[in-house]
Design a protein around this ligand. Structure first.
Ligand code: PAD
Ligand code: ZN
Length: 368
């Protein structure tokens, strides 16, 4: 069987829409007819080499679709079920999963490292040669095969584009605020970078009960969106110094919790500096390999009792958090429709990358 997918053929190459082959699902796997896929900055980061990957590779990791066929031994989903694709398939049984740190699932590592599935072998092919898929997902494709542990069943009435966004930006952003960080009622939170993920950190912080949410971006359109998602104050980092502004707004203390959601050396340094003594700096953005966390151990960390914490996939347990997020969406507490700046077709994916580079839009969503 062949179908269309957006393939990154090499570093810095535009994606090509190609006819690719797909296997049958092996034991413990499911084949999915993709319904929608968001375009996340991490997709761009594979294309430009920030995130390491095998090439050629089918990008896309923020998706949802309908189960079309299941492999041997798969019982928790059946053909016709709607699912969100989890880009960390969480086995539920390993050291990390049993300690409620499924985002670090041991069994997912092989897929992450090889661009294959859990056993490191491939289900896509390009003219008979193995073709990698990003993060056991490969959602820029009409069909994909994923580990069954990465197929999270959802109700049929959730629109596919919304379900897709839950798969990365929403789980990561809202999870960063609700799971990774410890936000107390009344806290002042700063969020640096208000893209598809950062806007979700903002709404997560609002749900966690933060009093003041300072949104920082260099794009006015994003700052306006940030207000819609719950920011109480905005700072345009292209016009003023973000650190001094946050200090001024907090009687020179700094924010109780500050999030970095871009992945740049400067903004990582800034977020650590703008965090108050005893506060938490949460790093969400995926930086290039040479970016460092830089701070003096005594004056910066010990004396100040600061926490600097990484955040992977919003520290989410996908098997329980997806349902929680859908409930919040249905209650009107989580804005998800508003995240969708434009719905596009698969062959417009390169334009979606361009739009993301300008920082103008929250999310482009490919609808199949
Ligand atoms: P995005 O491109 O939608 O948003 C980035 C935002 O940052 C835009 O609004 C820009 O205007 C803004 N920005 C860029 N440079 C600056 C600057 N110097 N100062 C202020 N604002 C700036 O990206 P996204 O929201 O899809 O992803 C954000 C990051 O999160 C990115 O690095 C992505 O790879 C990472 C990510 N991490 C995880 C994880 O598990 N840790 C998951 C998903 C995405
Ligand atoms: Zn993503």
């Amino acid at each position: 069987m062949t179908h269309k997918a957006a393939v990154a053929t090499g570093l810095d190459q535009p994606l090509e829409i190609l006819d690719i082959g797909i296997d049958e699902p092996h034991a413990g796997e499911v084949r999915i007819k993709m319904g929608a896929s968001g375009v996340c900055h991490s997709d761009l980061s594979v294309q430009n080499g920030t995130l390491m990957s095998a090439f050629p590779v089918v990008l896309g990791h923020e998706g949802a679709g309908v189960v079309e066929k299941v492999g041997e031994g798969v019982t928790h989903v059946k053909p016709g079920d709607h699912v969100v694709v989890s880009w960390v398939p969480q086995c539920g049984e390993c050291y990390f999963c049993t300690r409620n740190q499924g985002e670090l699932c041991e069994r997912a590592n092989t897929a992450m490292a090889t661009g294959g599935l859990l056993d490191g072998t491939y289900r896509f092919d390009l003219d008979g040669a193995p073709l990698a898929q990003m993060a056991a997902s490969g959602t820029f494709s009409q069909y994909s095969i994923i580990p069954a542990s990465g197929a999270v069943k959802i109700p049929d009435d959730v629109p596919m584009p919304v379900a897709a966004l839950i798969g990365c930006g929403v789980l990561t952003g809202v999870g960063a605020a609700l799971n990774t960080a410890d936000i107390a009622k009344g806290d002042t939170v700063a969020v640096v970078g208000c893209g598809g993920v950062g806007l979700n950190v903002i709404q997560g912080a609002r749900i966690a009960g933060a009093d003041r949410i300072i949104a920082i971006d260099q794009n006015e359109t994003k700052l306006a969106m940030a207000k819609q998602f719950g920011a109480t104050d905005t700072v345009n980092a292209s016009q003023v110094n973000a650190v001094s502004q946050v200090m001024e707004m907090t009687e020179q203390r700094g924010a109780d919790v500050a999030f970095e959601v871009i992945g740049l050396q400067q903004t990582i340094d800034d977020v650590i500096t703008m965090t108050r003594r005893g506060g938490q700096a949460i790093l969400v953005g995926v930086p290039r390999m040479d970016v460092m966390v830089q701070l003096p151990a005594f004056m910066g960390l010990v004396l100040q009792e600061k926490t600097v914490k990484g955040c992977w996939y919003g520290s989410s347990n996908v098997h329980t958090d997806v349902t929680k997020l859908i409930d919040l969406y249905k209650k009107g507490e989580l804005k998800l429709d508003e995240l969708i700046s434009r719905e596009i077709s698969l062959d417009e994916v390169n334009e979606a990358f361009d739009a993301m580079k300008t920082g103008e839009i929250a999310r482009s969503v490919i609808v199949y």
